[in-house]
Write a protein that binds this ligand. Structure first.
Ligand code: CP
Ligand code: NVA
Length: 308
């Protein structure tokens, strides 16, 4: 059984195959076709945190493919003490062809994989955001024509999004440069784990955002305080201020460098309006692709890709 609890599950060929299916289904939709590849299938979403893109892109993807989606918060499902996680997982697994979950602790994702006998998709945990990174590399390939030799520069917090992007870039042999304030960078342990899986991984960490963007093909950022870190917002505002993506920083990047953000964005903090709304910004194409790649992922995960 396949899961996407983490990108550590995927090979480069798996990612390319998901991209292939996503691109085919994107093109079909643009031509007005919505093949019912998942007719009769049920996807359950079990979320502990808010979501716009992840929830709606998966639900729309499933609707286009002829399947059904059912949404529950973790509290509604009984995770607030009504029932044990292992019992909830076994029951939900028996009703569902797959479960998409969004959690604080990644342990909940691991427990679902352990107890629910159905494919599990991590729709974001404190540890990673694999669907986002998968979709982002699809977008970069679509925008730049190839990933080969392209330099992804991530400026900001070494968080769930940064971890998954680093791993996705490593799997597809893309150099990635990450620039974070001291104490907020990717941990050496994480970089080591990625390098152990992909010995050729080209990962550079720097504290200097100016030099980081100088050869960027893509400049990417995310919020300074993730969901669950709201109490640190004020402190982080001071620490991350030199890492804001504004016109001045983008002027140090090549003219052709695209701007990306997984969204939601805190405009005026990690990115200014002039950048997020500027001509080099591809954030809405990036957001739209979440749905196309959700389709590719679902079709691949449920094992029916040979049908298209
Ligand atoms: N990028 C993303 O995952 O957005 P949501 O939090 O709205 O799902
Ligand atoms: N790092 C952010 C990503 C939101 C899509 C968070 O976890 O809140």
């Amino acid at each position: 059984m396949k899961h996407l609890d983490s990108l550590f599950r995927l090979t480069a060929d798996d990612m390319r195959e998901i991209f292939r299916i996503s691109a085919v289904l994107k093109q079909k939709l643009q031509q007005g076709h919505r093949p019912a590849l998942l007719a009769g299938r049920v996807m359950t979403l079990l979320f502990e945190k808010p979501s716009l893109r992840t929830r709606i892109s998966f639900e729309s993807a499933m609707a286009h493919l002829g399947g059904t989606s059912l949404f529950m918060t973790c509290a509604e499902a009984g995770l607030n003490g009504r029932e044990s996680l292992s019992d909830i997982a076994r029951v939900l697994g028996s009703y569902s062809d797959c479960i998409v979950t969004r959690t604080f602790s990644h342990r909940l994702v691991d427990d679902l994989v352990k107890h629910a006998e159905t494919p599990i998709i991590n729709g974001l945990s404190d540890l990673g955001h694999p669907c986002q990174a998968l979709s982002d590399l699809f977008t970069i390939r679509e925008e730049l024509g190839t990933l080969e030799g392209k330099r992804l520069v991530y400026i900001g917090d070494g968080n769930n999004v940064a971890r998954s992007l680093t791993l996705a870039a490593a799997i597809l042999e893309m150099p990635i440069v990450l620039s974070s304030p001291l104490g907020y960078e990717l941990t050496p342990e994480y970089v080591d784990v990625v390098k152990k899986k992909i010995p050729g991984a080209n990962i550079t960490l720097t504290y200097d955002p100016q030099s980081a963007v100088s050869r960027a093909d893509i400049v990417y950022t995310d919020v300074w305080a993730s969901m669950g870190q709201e109490a640190e917002q004020e402190k982080r505002k001071q620490i991350f201020a030199p890492y804001q993506i504004n016109g001045k920083l983008m002027a140090l990047a090549p003219k052709s460098a695209r701007f990306m953000h997984c969204l939601p964005a805190k405009r005026g903090l990690e990115v200014t309006d002039e950048v997020v709304d500027g001509i080099n910004s591809i954030v809405f194409q990036q957001a739209e692709n979440r749905m196309h790649v959700a389709k590719g992922l679902l079709v691949w995960l449920l094992g029916i890709s040979p049908a298209i």
